[in-house]
Design a protein around this ligand. Structure first.
Ligand SMILES: [Fe+2]
Length: 456
């Protein structure tokens, strides 16, 4: 007899006469599931988000008879009209499924080969600042769509985000963006199993647009929804990549609104190790770009111009804030740039284009220096070997390069999401939302938005 070939769950489904689930591979199987729907004579479908227990009618749960239209021959102790799951997952190869009646079902991934699980689709919405984002995720990892509408052109002439204009633009864009996300994902709204939405921190007017919309959708479709912390979403963006990090890790969130370092032990388990005491790093980029008349947003402009400048031309200060501090301060370096520009603005020379390139390059060098040094020091302090960085500034090329070099030097691993997942997007909100919905976390329809929502 030749060696037995392990069949995939798709092959198993075919063998049993069940239609294959084309979007699911073996890696999409989820270890924690709850029964979702059963139709008479239909096919068992599993999802982590539905209410449980559910009543069933006339569906056979006997092994090998999934499609037969007759009651289970194993009565459930929990009473008539309830779903009995005894031996539901038994098959002819293994007899070891762990299934309990009317409780959460935990079964090991390696034993889940022949179970045809329904896809779990999350609609995620992000409106914390000036980007309207919507995404559809399959099982919290696979991106079916990720749509972002940027408001840069609206705020550009003001040199920064104008909260009132941002809110108005979100109102205009939220419906078309969500529709586009559903269309690109090729799913209808009825196929959505749960909704995740950013609750804060951010601009409260902007947050309320996304939150109110998500609540309305959840209420209308009778699906659960959950509010997500924007910082946790940034910290989780790396899970969208092919090689996601493992817990625990040190996470640096660095953007126009935040610069903080966390020890992350799991979804929902954080300890803040350091944070900025004044400006966020991205805010300093925007202010320096504005001072030099370079435009908005400052981050990408400075990143580009710095490539042609000399990073060692000017020695701008690096705030240490004490040997044991993992806090940041960027107001000093920003003020130093202001003083330098004032001191060199007078004729006959003035500030030349070459000087501007050197200024921004030296400024970027100073900011990146501090970010890299403090993040890795925090990792050493916490005894961790993995570093994750995210947020808009994590798209900066010098920061990505230096983080990689330092990780190599210190024999650590650094995880940096692709630039599209570093800036604000709804896919990262979906990652976190999925994890919470899966655990049974639900937000009430009275959920409010908060401009300040610290991670606890
Ligand atoms: Fe953000």
């Amino acid at each position: 007899m030749g060696p037995r070939v392990q069949e995939t769950h798709q092959q198993g489904a075919l063998r049993k006469g069940l239609p294959p689930s084309p979007e699911l591979g073996d890696n999409d199987l989820d270890p924690l599931c709850i029964i979702k729907t059963i139709g008479t004579g239909g096919i068992l479908s599993l999802s982590p988000f539905s209410a449980f227990p559910l009543p069933i009618l006339g569906v056979s749960l006997r092994p090998g008879n999934w499609r037969r239209n007759e009651p289970s021959d194993r009565p459930c102790e929990s009473g008539p009209g309830r779903l009995c799951l005894h031996n539901l997952f038994e098959n002819d190869i293994r007899k070891s499924w762990l299934v309990r009646c009317h409780q959460d079902f935990k079964f090991k991934r390696k034993n889940a080969k022949n179970i045809d699980l329904a896809p779990m689709r999350i609609l995620a919405i992000e409106t914390s600042c000036d980007d309207t984002g919507a995404a559809v995720l399959l099982n919290g990892r696979k991106i079916l769509s990720n749509v972002v509408s940027s408001q840069v052109s609206v705020h550009q002439k003001y040199g920064g985000v104008v909260p009132e204009l941002a809110s108005r633009k979100h109102i205009e864009m939220i419906v078309p963006i969500v529709n586009e996300a559903l269309e690109r994902a090729r799913v209808t709204f009825k196929q959505i199993d749960g909704i995740a939405v950013t609750q804060g921190p951010g601009l409260v007017g902007s947050l309320l647009i996304g939150l109110s919309f998500a609540k309305s959708l959840a209420f209308a479709a009778r699906v659960p929804f959950v509010g997500v912390n924007h910082i946790e979403a940034h910290l989780s963006a790396a899970f969208l990549e092919e090689k996601p990090p493992k817990f625990p890790f040190i996470g640096l969130v660095v953007s126009g609104g935040h610069t903080s370092v966390f020890r992350v032990d799991g979804f929902g388990t954080f300890k803040r190790v350091g944070q900025t005491r004044d400006d966020a790093a991205g805010e300093a980029f925007d202010k320096v770009a504005k001072l030099l008349g370079l435009g908005y947003p400052g981050g990408p402009i400075i990143d580009e111009l710095s490539m042609e400048g000399n990073p060692k031309a000017i020695r701008f200060p690096r705030a240490s804030l004490g040997k044991d501090s993992f806090d940041f301060s960027f107001s000093g370096v920003k003020t130093a740039v202001v003083h330098f520009v004032r001191a060199h603005s007078e004729p006959p020379g003035g500030i030349t284009e070459e000087m501007i390139r050197d200024i921004v390059s030296s400024f970027q060098e100073a900011v990146v220096d501090v970010l890299v040094k403090k993040t890795f020091r925090a990792a050493q302090h916490e005894g961790l070997k993995r570093v994750v960085i995210s947020g808009g500034v994590a798209a900066n090329r010098l920061l990505r390069q230096r983080m990689g070099e330092e990780a190599l030097r210190q024999r650590m691993r650094v995880y940096i999401p692709s630039p599209i997942f570093c800036t604000d997007n709804a896919a990262m909100v979906g990652v976190v939302g999925y994890e919470y919905l899966k655990k049974g976390v639900r937000s009430p329809l009275s959920l409010n938005a908060f401009s300040n929502l610290p991670l606890r």
